[in-house]
Design a protein around this ligand. Structure first.
Ligand code: PGA
Length: 249
């Protein structure tokens, strides 16, 4: 059975290690008997060594750099993450483009490095415009340069329209139909980069104001393989509700 994937993007939260440990433990208890969902917690780097992944609750990072080790002040390599039991890494998030000036060319090098180290990549694409178009095409084509067809299975694509992120200035919540359109657009581009078969099998999820009240709609009507909640995932009980809403449907 292919599991639905629900990925908590904690961003730069919570403020302390004590809270991070407490929230992780609450979630661990809450999702222990879940069958149809793979829950993943993407926590800040600094908390990763103490949050222990299990076979039913996976850990992810929110960024990584290139290579194994070396003169890269302030950076963390995919190999270092892997050595902590981290399974996933978010790359290409719009907040890194906006606040850290990250370019798609660098995202591409990070994707290659992360896959090389055995991490699964949560690759975010999306734009400010309502209709998915050339910006997303560019993100996908450039971001995936040099990625082998057989490695597409190690990627989770996130359609994350910037205008639907809960903290964006003019936030509008996307409808499942809009998520569906974004997903179809990604699949179409993947078909052109790789082939139809690879595109058909690609895992595409939705991000942007996901919570326990709307996640089922994105999965059912939006035909998404899961969700990437940010703000709503900061409350561990709300995250458990999201996972259960999907597991019980
Ligand atoms: P949000 O964030 O759920 O708070 O909109 C999602 C994200 O940016 O990953």
């Amino acid at each position: 059975m292919v599991k639905i994937i629900i990925i908590a993007n904690w961003k730069m939260n919570p403020a302390t290690l004590t809270e991070a440990k407490r929230n992780f433990e609450i979630i661990k208890k809450g999702v222990r008997n879940i069958k149809k969902v793979e829950p993943v917690i993407c926590a800040p780097f600094i908390f990763l060594p103490v949050l222990k992944a299990t076979n039913y609750l996976k850990l992810g990072a929110q960024d990584c750099f290139l290579g194994e080790r070396g003169p890269f002040t302030g950076e963390v390599s995919p190999k270092q993450l892997k050595s902590l039991g981290v399974g996933y890494v978010i790359l290409g998030h719009s907040e890194r483009r906006k606040h850290s000036g990250e370019l798609t060319e660098l995202v591409n090098r990070k994707i290659i490095a992360a896959l090389g180290a055995g991490l699964k990549v949560i690759f975010c694409v999306g734009s400010e415009t309502k209709k998915p178009g050339k910006e997303m095409r560019y993100q996908l084509k450039t971001g995936l340069k040099g990625v082998k067809k057989q490695d597409v299975a190690k990627l989770v694509f996130v359609y994350e329209p910037v205008w639907a992120i809960s903290t964006s200035k003019n936030k509008v919540v996307a409808t499942p139909q809009e998520a569906l359109k974004g997903g179809l657009y990604i699949r179409d581009i993947l078909g052109k980069i790789f082939d139809e078969e690879t595109a058909k099998k690609a895992k595409i999820i939705y991000g942007g104001s996901v919570d326990s009240s709307n996640i089922r709609g994105f999965i059912k009507e939006g035909k998404m393989a899961g969700g990437l909640p940010g703000a709503a995932s900061l409350d561990p009980h709300e995250f458990i509700r999201m996972v259960k809403a999907v597991d019980e449907s």
